[in-house]
Design a protein around this ligand. Structure first.
Ligand SMILES: *Cc1c(COP(=O)(O)O)cnc(C)c1O
Length: 388
């Protein structure tokens, strides 16, 4: 399908290839391998002379459906599916970096991604410098002659800081480095990083693409040229997406636009309501005019998204009281689910970093993160009000 279709149409129809049964809903191809007509066809498939499936670690029709659909939404030439979001980040690094290379990364990125750069990639001779998500001058100052990759998430977790995609992409380009953006929080419905000069988009499909907290998966997207080594790494080493999970994601994407709009509408109203609560010191949400980068957020994103964080007065005990007084919200570190989730970052997702590093990152003991779901707003408010 061409890009002349609107996103909600692409989400439903991109990538459909019906089998001989002409099924309406997309089929799930649960098979490890594929059968050839004869020895000659097998030989041609193996040397790439004839297109077609061989083995599901290489390609699978249901995985291809998911890849085509997500690529259409992100406006990418190619998408490569992975077994999780972390597998997507690992595969990108292993495919595009080598010993002696240097990475500049935002300090406000997913905890496991920090570990991947600090522990895994470091072991293979790749060094990483962490800089402010929002201060482009710091990115420029961190560049070395061997800098090959810039990496960031926007909005960041949990403080919803916004990185200037166009400015950082231009800087990366001028330094001969690639910019990779983890687009997990916005999804292509709200933000398309490739439109701002980003080279590579990464997803934890586990979050909003499924949207119902069922399965793990990830994806890497970009030009055919950049995706070829990423696909090659995956095909050889194996952290690929299962056909079952690909089917769940492909069907999940069909409602992505409706869900992202509903998540965002609930989140904006919840953020506005939280700002009026006397026990709340500060609310972090890109859709609020009080957000320091509200204007930049509006330039890059259609809406503020579904993640709202807020700082309660009274530190950890006050934050835990809010969490423990809820009856409906799910106390879980996950996000991007139809069901609203509530997290205390300082003692869970960010517990392993030192108190000094947490303070420097602005993650206070009174901070609470909400992955706003699709329940009635009044029910979410009433549940939070119990402990506020
Ligand atoms: C969850 C998450 C990841 C990791 O994804 P998994 O599917 O859990 O491996 C990466 N980046 C962000 C922003 C995430 O929220």
């Amino acid at each position: 399908m061409t890009e002349t279709y609107q996103p909600e149409t692409l989400a439903l129809r991109a990538g459909i290839e019906r089998s001989q049964f002409h099924e309406h809903s997309e089929a799930m191809y649960l098979t490890s391998s594929f059968v050839f007509d004869n020895a000659e066809q097998a030989a041609k498939r193996f040397i790439g002379e004839e297109p077609g499936n061989i083995y599901s670690r290489f390609t699978n029709p249901t995985v291809s459906l998911f890849e085509t659909r997500l690529a259409a939404l992100e406006g990418a030439e190619q998408c490569v599916a992975t077994s999780s979001g972390m597998a997507a980040i690992l595969s990108t690094c292993m495919a595009l970096l080598k010993a002696g290379d240097h990475v500049v990364a935002s300090q406000s990125i997913f905890g496991s991604t920090v570990n991947l750069f600090n522990n895994v990639m470091k072991k293979f001779g790749v060094e990483t410098t962490f800089v402010s998500a929002t201060d482009v001058a710091q990115w420029q100052a961190a560049v070395r002659p061997n800098t090959k990759l810039f990496f960031l998430e926007t909005p960041s977790n949990p403080l919803t800081e916004i990185s200037d995609l166009a400015a950082i992409a231009a800087l990366a380009k001028s330094c001969g480095a690639l910019l990779a953006v983890d687009n997990c929080f916005c999804t292509p419905i709200l933000q398309r990083p490739l439109d701002f000069g980003t080279d590579i988009v990464i997803h934890s499909a586990t979050k909003y693409l499924d949207g119902q907290g069922r399965v793990l998966g990830g994806a890497v997207l970009g030009s055919k040229k950049l995706m070829e080594p990423v696909y090659g790494f995956l095909r050889t080493t194996g952290p690929t997406m299962s056909a079952f999970n690909a089917w769940v994601f492909a069907k999940g994407i069909e409602t992505l636009k409706l869900r992202m709009e509903a998540h965002s509408a609930n989140a904006l109203q919840l953020a506005q309501w939280l700002e009026q609560q006397p026990s709340v010191a500060r609310v972090f949400y890109p859709g609020l005019p009080s957000h320091p980068q509200h204007a930049l957020a509006l330039k890059q994103q259609k809406t503020g998204g579904g993640i709202v964080s807020f700082e309660v007065k009274g530190g950890k005990s006050a934050a835990w009281r809010v969490i423990d007084n809820t009856r409906m919200l799910s106390i879980t570190a996950n996000l991007g689910d139809t069901k609203t989730t509530i997290t205390h970052p300082a003692t869970t997702t960010h517990a392993r970093i030192t108190p000094e590093a947490r303070a420097a990152a602005g993650i206070g003991d009174g901070l609470i993160r909400i992955g706003v779901g699709l329940e009635a707003l009044v029910d979410i408010q009433n549940d939070l009000a119990k402990g506020l």
